[in-house]
Design a binder for this molecule. Structure first.
Ligand SMILES: Nc1ncnc2c1ncn2[C@@H]1O[C@H](COP(=O)(O)OP(=O)(O)OP(=O)(O)O)[C@@H](O)[C@H]1O
Ligand SMILES: [Mg+2]
Length: 248
């Protein structure tokens, strides 16, 4: 057992349906993601990528197997503890952004921090900092409807970072974006990698996968290939000690 893995999955399995309609969406997956690693998961439609990501982030529970985040077993956690863990320690980015339409960019970003228990002042300051970091300082008061797709996804990434997550889980973050917007998001992920942010990204986009430290190919719910790229990643896992310290 590797004590240093931030995220660890053992025999993780998720079935849907039963009998002849049974689908093994995720089939006995073992995975260890060290702190600071950028991992890309690729594979054909329906191979189980989203299901795996949802299991790893505690959005769904496995049918079988164990999942540990920062030394805490999450697959058996109460709903309440799991919700708290997601709010405080996990940042999600989805293909369709999932922003609140009636809230401005800065309100969308600070909401996550407020829910995680930060003071309004601190949440606002951090939200503005994050929007600046994703290149949207001048769009803070815009509603999502007044932003381009790439800008919306950058707001969503800023939101995912607002609780200083242990891990960012992104599901097809460029799936709804054109080529220019994809490059914007790509640059942001490169920055996150350099900053030592642990990141798991499910993607069909080879350009996103190319900036990862490691690439896993999935087929029929299982890992078909696991490649680590020499020279990728800084391996420093910046700030890991303090992040662990903040947990609980
Ligand atoms: N709620 C559900 N009920 C039944 N089957 C499901 C459900 N969700 C997913 N599945 C099935 O599980 C398998 C894996 O689905 P999943 O969404 O994880 O695939 P994916 O790799 O993310 O695909 P895509 O690249 O199209 O997003 C598929 O066969 C899918 O039809
Ligand atoms: Mg999917």
């Amino acid at each position: 057992m590797s004590g240093s893995a931030l995220l660890r999955a053992r025999g993780v399995t998720r079935w849907y349906g039963r009998g002849s309609a049974l689908v093994r969406a995720v089939d006995e997956v073992d995975l260890e993601v060290p702190a600071g690693q950028t991992l890309a998961v690729m594979g054909p439609s329906g191979c189980g990528k989203s299901t795996l990501l949802h299991l790893l982030g505690g959005l769904q529970r496995p049918t079988d197997g164990e999942i540990w985040l920062a030394g805490h077993r999450i697959d058996t956690m109460s709903e309440r503890a799991l919700a708290r863990l997601r709010r405080q320690h996990i940042g999600f980015v989805f293909q369709s952004f999932h922003l609140m339409d009636e809230l401005t960019a800065v309100e969308n970003v600070e909401l996550a921090a407020l829910l995680a228990g930060q003071s309004p002042r601190r949440a606002r300051r951090r939200a503005l900092d994050l929007l600046d970091r994703v290149g949207l300082a001048d769009r803070a008061r815009h509603l999502p409807s007044a932003l381009s797709g790439g800008q919306r996804q950058r707001v969503a990434i800023a939101r995912a970072l607002s609780n200083e997550p242990l891990i960012v889980l992104a599901d097809e973050p460029t799936g709804n974006l054109d080529s220019a917007a994809t490059l914007e998001v790509l640059r942001l992920f490169e920055d996150l990698r350099t900053a030592g942010q642990t990141l798991v990204v499910v993607t069909h986009d080879a350009r996103i996968a190319a900036i990862a430290d490691r690439m896993i190919s999935m087929r029929d719910g299982a890992f078909a290939d696991d490649s680590r790229f020499a020279g990728a990643g800084n391996g420093s896992a910046a700030g890991t000690g303090t992040i662990y310290g903040g947990w609980r």
